[in-house]
Ligand binder design. Sequence first.
Ligand SMILES: Cc1cc2nc3c(=O)[nH]c(=O)nc-3n(C[C@H](O)[C@H](O)[C@H](O)COP(=O)(O)OP(=O)(O)OC[C@H]3O[C@@H](n4cnc5c(N)ncnc54)[C@H](O)[C@@H]3O)c2cc1C
Length: 417
Amino acid sequence: MVDAHQTFVIVGAGLAGAKAAETLRSEGFTGRVILIGDERDHPYERPPLSKGYLTGGAARDSVFVQQAGWYAEHDIELHLGQPVVRLDRAAHTVTLGDGTILQYDKLLLTTGAEPRRLDIPGTDLAGVHHLRRLAHADRLKRVLSGLGQENGHLVIAGAGWIGLEVAAAARGYGAEVTVVEPAPTPLHSVLGPELGSVFTDLHTEHGVRFEFGRRLTEITGQDGMVLSAITDDGEEHPAHNVLAAIGAAPRVALAESAGLTLAERGGGIAVDASLRTSDPDVFAAGDVASAQHPLLGERLRVEHWANALNGGPAAARAMLGHEVAYDRIPYFFSDQYDLGLEFSGHAAPGGYDQVVCRGDVGKREFIAFWLREGRVLAGMNVNVWDVTESIQRLIRSGHRVDPEALADPAVPLDGLG
Ligand SMILES: Cc1cc2nc3c(=O)[nH]c(=O)nc-3n(C[C@H](O)[C@H](O)[C@H](O)COP(=O)(O)OP(=O)(O)OC[C@H]3O[C@@H](n4cnc5c(N)ncnc54)[C@H](O)[C@@H]3O)c2cc1C
């Protein structure tokens, strides 16, 4: 039973953590809520860091989950700039970087993920960037808005979502952009090979150069500044700045050293469908959690905004003792130039046997569906709107659909499946 004297501690003051704290209060929990984050900024949303905030379209203030005063108003004890360095499950305590020890009754880990680093010579040069934090975006934005002909070359390692979004933003500032990607197409591990050319064409039309099938092997520099980036074919690409956008790794160190079970595939803290870890008093949500999906029947670690937005509150309800089966369909969105898209579902490489498109792929106004044995696993709407619910209904139903009808824009999606 949860009573008013209990203390709930949340480690990780990002979107999932902030939304969990909000839900504890909105569900009527009157005990102590302590939210701890190692960043100095109040909890914020990361999608604008590679889109509106980076391009200059959105103000810095617009990224915060809540106004700074909201936490005190809701009696949420916020510790910022404080890493949690130890979790003692037997004593039910966490230790902060400054030595403070806090007792918990229930604990939520929302420690997120951190950018993978390039393991090549030259990564310590001043012009090598990562993009995860607001401070990273502040820096990258300063660099992009100060670019001229003498320093205008940006090399991006990785043609994933962040690499492509930054490529689009950087072209907006007039940068010369080269994207180096080991796979043969952009977004290869998410979309497979079939639809990558949509993004190759989009970016090429906007002046981005791609080096597919290549890896960076070295970043050269002088006096701390980047001079060039070298690929594994020996080619030297002019570069004044390099962005490593090669994915993120879940921040599991705290959980691991406390002996919590980690997921074998994809890393992350293993949680059940109620987002509970192998310890009944410890929960995990957001990017760091690898949750058993009750509908899809597999364990998934989802590094997307909507999963933090909904997973944090779901974990909070589970901490309060409610019945929770977290069964949201994974959902993602992206904006690049004038292309906007939403992606629902999960189609692992090799996990689907057919891709069906409805609409005009050449005009970049279409919906793509990934199918296995006639069942829709995932759907991506590109510059087509208000179809997410219908796509997710198709995925949830698990029914076989006629691929011809699926491809025909005259057949309403809601009549299928
Ligand atoms: C540049 C960028 C653009 C993105 N764009 C999109 C998009 O367009 N669409 C989309 O769906 N998703 C997007 N995402 C992904 C989305 O932002 C993440 O899925 C979301 O931020 C995950 O939230 P979280 O709360 O789980 O983790 P995080 O946002 O990573 O928050 C975790 C917090 O915990 C802190 N922390 C970690 N360990 C400790 C510790 N030991 N002690 C204290 N604090 C700790 C971290 O510093 C961090 O502040 C983007 C991500 C990035 C980086």
